[in-house]
Ligand binder design. Structure first.
Ligand SMILES: Nc1nc2c(c(=O)[nH]1)N[C@H]1C(S)=C(S)[C@@H](COP(=O)(O)O)O[C@H]1N2
Ligand SMILES: [Mo]
Length: 427
C-alpha cells in the first residue's frame, strides 16, 4: 500500500510502541480492507500477489456476523480477516462462511425442525433440538475447521473456485452430542458401509453437479466417527444460521467439507455414496500431500481419493507487511499452527527467508485439534528487507514443503508461509 505518506509516518510511530503497535497495525489492515468498499468491485481475481495473506474483496457483514472479506456472494464465500487470528479461538461472528449451493435457508423453525436418522438402522429416529439438549450427554471439543480449498489463490497455475487467502479456517470450542450416541439410539444393522450427512440447503451447485443437495459421507469403519460431534454451540453460543444453526457435524481433524451445516438427515448406507460431492468434487491425489502436476493430470495418470484429514500448517499473524520495524527493536513474531494428523510438536521461524531456522515458543495447548499459538522473539539488527518464514511439524511425522504443491482442485495447500518485513534506521 503506497497510498499516501501520512499512514506510513503513523505506522513507523506505531512500530515503536511494541505490542500495542502490533495491535494497531492490524487495525490498519482492516482499514485497508475497508477502503476497498469504495473501490470498484474486482472482476478478475488473478494473478494477484501470491503471498497476500487474505483473499481480495470488500468487507461485508452477513446477518449475525461482523464484516468479512466477500470473495463471492452466491453461493457465499466470506473469508476471515487476518487480524482475527491473533488468538487461538476465532470469534464466532468472525468465522468464515462458505456454502456450496445457491439456496441456503433464511430461517429454521425449531417447532418443526427434526434431526432424522434413517437407512440401515434398527429404528429410524427423529429428534427435536429440545430432545438433543435433554436426552444426550453434552460434550465439547476444541477444533479447527478449514475449507479444503483454503489458500487456493496460491496455486500456480491457478485453479477454478474461490480464490481464498488463508482465512477460510477458524478454531472454536464445539459443544453438542456424540454422533456415536445418536447412531446407538437408532441401532446399526449389519451390512452398513457409510454414514451420509445432509443439511437443509438446496439449489444449483457447481456446473455439472447434477444434484440439488449437498451430501457427504464417512466410512462406518473410519475411527473419526468416534470423535464426531453434532454441535449446537460454538464458543458457547448458538451457531449463526450461516454457520449451520441449529446443528452442524464436527469432524475433528478433517476438512470442512464433511462438517455438514444445518445437519438434518443422517443415513446409514449399504452402498458407497456415489453422489457428485463424494465422487467428483473433493478428491485429492492419492498421496499424503495431495500433490501432483498439470502434466500428470493431462496424461490421466493421477489416482484420486476423497479428501480427509488436514496436513500440518503454520501461519504468521503478526507482523504483516504494513509494519515498519526500527532496527534494534525487540519484537514478537506471532502466529498459529495446526494439524489434523497429530499434535503440533514443533514450530520453527526463519528471518532469512528459510536459510536458517530457530525454534519458536509454543503457547497454550488447547488440544490436538485446536490452533496451537506460537511466538518468536526477534530483534532485527540492521535496516533492510527481511523475509520471515514459519514451518511446523506434527507427531505423525508431518511437515511442510518449502515449495509449491499443486493439484487440479486447489486443495490441501500446506507450503511454508513467508512474510516480508521492512526494517529501517532507528535514528
Ligand atoms: N449444509 C452444508 N454444509 C456445509 C457446506 C454446504 O454447502 N452445505 N459446505 C461445507 C464446506 S465446503 C465448508 S468450507 C464449510 C463452511 O462452513 P462455515 O460456513 O461455517 O464456515 O461447511 C461445510 N458444510
Ligand atoms: Mo469448503
Amino acid at each position: 500500500m503506497s497510498d499516501s505518506s501520512a499512514p506510513l509516518t503513523r505506522r513507523s510511530a506505531l512500530g515503536l510502541l511494541g505490542t500495542a503497535g502490533a495491535a494497531l497495525t492490524l487495525g490498519r489492515s482492516a482499514l485497508a480492507q475497508q477502503s476497498l468498499l469504495s473501490a470498484p468491485a474486482p472482476t478478475f481475481s488473478g494473478p494477484g500477489p501470491l503471498d497476500a495473506w487474505n483473499g481480495l474483496g470488500p468487507l461485508i457483514a452477513l446477518p449475525q456476523k461482523v464484516p468479512l472479506i466477500r470473495l463471492v456472494d452466491r453461493p457465499p464465500l466470506y473469508e476471515t480477516p487476518r487480524s482475527y487470528f491473533q488468538s487461538a479461538f476465532t470469534p464466532t461472528a468472525a468465522f468464515f462462511v462458505r456454502t456450496n449451493l445457491s439456496g441456503f435457508p433464511a430461517s429454521v423453525d425449531l417447532g418443526t425442525w427434526r434431526l432424522k436418522l434413517s437407512g440401515n438402522v434398527n429404528k429410524p429416529v427423529s429428534l427435536s433440538l429440545a430432545e438433543l439438549l435433554r436426552d444426550f450427554e453434552a460434550v465439547s471439543v476444541n477444533a479447527v475447521m478449514q475449507c479444503t480449498g483454503n489458500s487456493r489463490a496460491r496455486f500456480q497455475p491457478r485453479r477454478p473456485g474461490g480464490q481464498w487467502g488463508n482465512g477460510a479456517m477458524g478454531c472454536a470450542t464445539w459443544t453438542g452430542v456424540r454422533l456415536r450416541d445418536l447412531l446407538d439410539r437408532a441401532g446399526l444393522k449389519p451390512g452398513g458401509v457409510q454414514v451420509q450427512f445432509q443439511g437443509l440447503d438446496t439449489g444449483a451447485g457447481a456446473p455439472g453437479s447434477g444434484g440439488a443437495s449437498y451430501q457427504k459421507s464417512l466410512n462406518l469403519d473410519d475411527p473419526v466417527l468416534d470423535e464426531c460431534i453434532v454441535a449446537y454451540a460454538m464458543n458457547g453460543q448458538p451457531l449463526p444460521l450461516v454457520n449451520g444453526f441449529p446443528v452442524r457435524l464436527v469432524v475433528p481433524g478433517y476438512f470442512a467439507t464433511y462438517w455438514m451445516k444445518t445437519l438434518s438427515f443422517i443415513r446409514v448406507l449399504t452402498q458407497p455414496d456415489d453422489n457428485f460431492w463424494m465422487t467428483t468434487a473433493y478428491l485429492q491425489p492419492d498421496n499424503a500431500r495431495g500433490n501432483t502436476t498439470p502434466q500428470a493430470v493431462k496424461d490421466k495418470t493421477v489416482k484420486l481419493r476423497p479428501v480427509g484429514s488436514m496436513p500440518v500448517r503454520s501461519f504468521i499473524v503478526t507482523p504483516d507487511e504494513t509494519v515498519k520495524v526500527p532496527a534494534g527493536l525487540p519484537m514478537t513474531v506471532q502466529g498459529l499452527a495446526m494439524s489434523g494428523r497429530g499434535k503440533v510438536n514443533k514450530v520453527e521461524v526463519s528471518s532469512d527467508g528459510g536459510k536458517t531456522w530457530s525454534a519458536a515458543k509454543l503457547g497454550e495447548d488447547h488440544g490436538r485439534y485446536a490452533f496451537r499459538p506460537w511466538t518468536f522473539a526477534w530483534t532485527p539488527k540492521k535496516p533492510g528487507q527481511y523475509t520471515l518464514a514459519v514451518r511446523a511439524t506434527d507427531t505423525s511425522g508431518g511437515n511442510q514443503p518449502d515449495g509449491a504443491i499443486w493439484n487440479p482442485s486447489g486443495y490441501l495447500w500446506t507450503t511454508v508461509e513467508r512474510q516480508t518485513v521492512t526494517v529501517g534506521q532507528a535514528g
